[in-house]
Design a binder for this molecule. Sequence first.
Ligand code: WTA
Length: 633
Amino acid sequence: MQVKSFEEYKEAWRKSVEQPEQFWEEIAGNFQWRKKWDKVLEWNFKEPRVEWFKGAKLNITENCLDRHLEKNGDVPAIIWEPNDPTEDHRVLTYRQLHDKVCQFANVLKNNGAKKGDRICIYMPMVPELAIAVLACARIGAIHSVVFGGFSAQSIADRIKDAECNIVITADGSFRGTKEVPLKSVIDDALVQCPSIKRVIVLTRSHTPVSMIKGRDVWWEDEVKKVETQGNPECPVEEMDAEDMLFILYTSGSTGKPKGVVHTCGGYMVYTGYTFSNAFQYKPGEVYFCTADIGWITGHSYIVYGPLSQGATTLMFEGIPTWPNAGRFWDIVEKYKVNILYTAPTAIRSLMSFGDDVIAGKDLSSLTKLGSVGEPINEEAWHWFDEKIGHGNCPIVDTWWQTETGGFMISPIAGVTPTKPGYATLPLPGVQPILVDENGKEIEGNGVNGNLCIKFPWPGMLRTTYGDHERCRQTYFATYENLYFTGDGCLRDEDGYYRITGRVDDVLNVSGHRIGTAEVENAINMHSTVVESAVVGYPHDIKGQGVYAFVVSPGKHGDEEITRKDIIMTVSRIIGPIAKPDKIQFVSGLPKTRSGKIMRRILRKIAEGDTSNLGDTSTLLDPAVVDEIKAGAL
Ligand code: WTA
């Protein structure tokens, strides 16, 4: 599946465009199917309807676990580094992981789970999270993982939207010096969620929890029951290629997050192929992705992609800056990590601690580096290249999205010549196109436009859960017959792609997608707030910061207290990741006569660039702009 030279890459890409079905059929041949497909691809972007490997039968866990057992059962599948470096680490070989997944799959069955059920997972970064995910996949239940930093309200919204019947969680999680009481957050969420019949709780932090009779059970007790029942195996559920594998919620430009749906066959082929090819993974290499399984990066490139390729994947429970800012480098040294895949925000944060924290760390095992989540600025790229890669490690700057399932535009390590700040070229099978506002293709090089994809790829989303029309509207209706990414993009003189950032109302804060409307809705819940407008501004570490303009005539007395209250409200409604960095109180927002907020003006003010605010004559009350300008933070 790997191309070994730039020539081979170009050849593979050409073939993938000219004969996409043959191209993907060959790739799919590297996986294990219970039954082969009747047809490789059926599609139309109008509905949209996209079906890959139709008629094929498989189970993704057979590809991620069972098929490695005979030859590679003793190879480490998961290495786990705990939050506290003085606690013992864990290694699970493929055989051990297989057994634990079977065991927990039987726990799920004992608790009434069956094919097609939606199961919400809200857990710390411990091996049991990967086990829970795989156990769902094994029995054909659809997992919906919710990142451990989301609030009770966000969890409740997601559980209700997907009508989940089971939650898998833990008593609590460790993040640096903090302890997050996960079970207690779940209890708050479940007040609103009558569909939940069972909560399975893993012991991790020994935080006191309240267990509700008839609803809540301990993970460990349930595993014991399975052991005494003496059924260590759990045969896989045979899935159709187009059966749902999981739902993952992501923010868009409206207030309500969307449940992006991925299916079994195409997603497996796409994540396995892109992992193997872009990282040029070789057996025996230790691969460390610093993301959380609560995001798509963790789904595709901690769990499914690496495991389907028999790789050794390292999971880290903690944070990059605890006990100190050298933690990543200690982990690299401890496990002789070969491939490190991280995010620009982490790189920038670690850069800011100076070179002392890297001094003396043995990073010589590293051969390949990766970046994901947001455009990487050149300074961070060079630091990563020089200080971490010592100039010897190709950097794969992987551009992709929750919706794309896997890498789309990315260098192939050691094959594609790289350029700082560029995701470079489309992987084989990916057909990007730049269009103008009207959807007209912008041809040639040295041009800017909105990034679309014009042909399906196996890892693409199939729908948004429970609301197919929303999927069509969001991704397939802006430009006819194209998938619209929401990103702006430059194609330079060499035909290389550089992502310039979102062109919709979605912020990218520390690599996390946050909808401005979502934050506004949360701010507006505060009792003194009439309305608000949220925009992004450049932030040294986070990439983008959250700037909120808030109309709050009812605020009494101390502005600072109201500010803190608003931040608390956002934390409670969405989660700490969406907290505004700056809150400016204003008497009104710049609106057109038809009542539309002129975000363009607010963005400029937030960026500190007020020299040219453009035409403000269409505003209902132009004077408000001067007031906002004067009070800018
Ligand atoms: C941004 C994360 C520039 C982009 C995998 C995209 C990037 C959004 C890159 C998706 C990159 C991701 N260079 N921008 N290498 N990778 N993005 O769904 O704006 O959390 O649309 O998926 O992140 O974020 P998501």
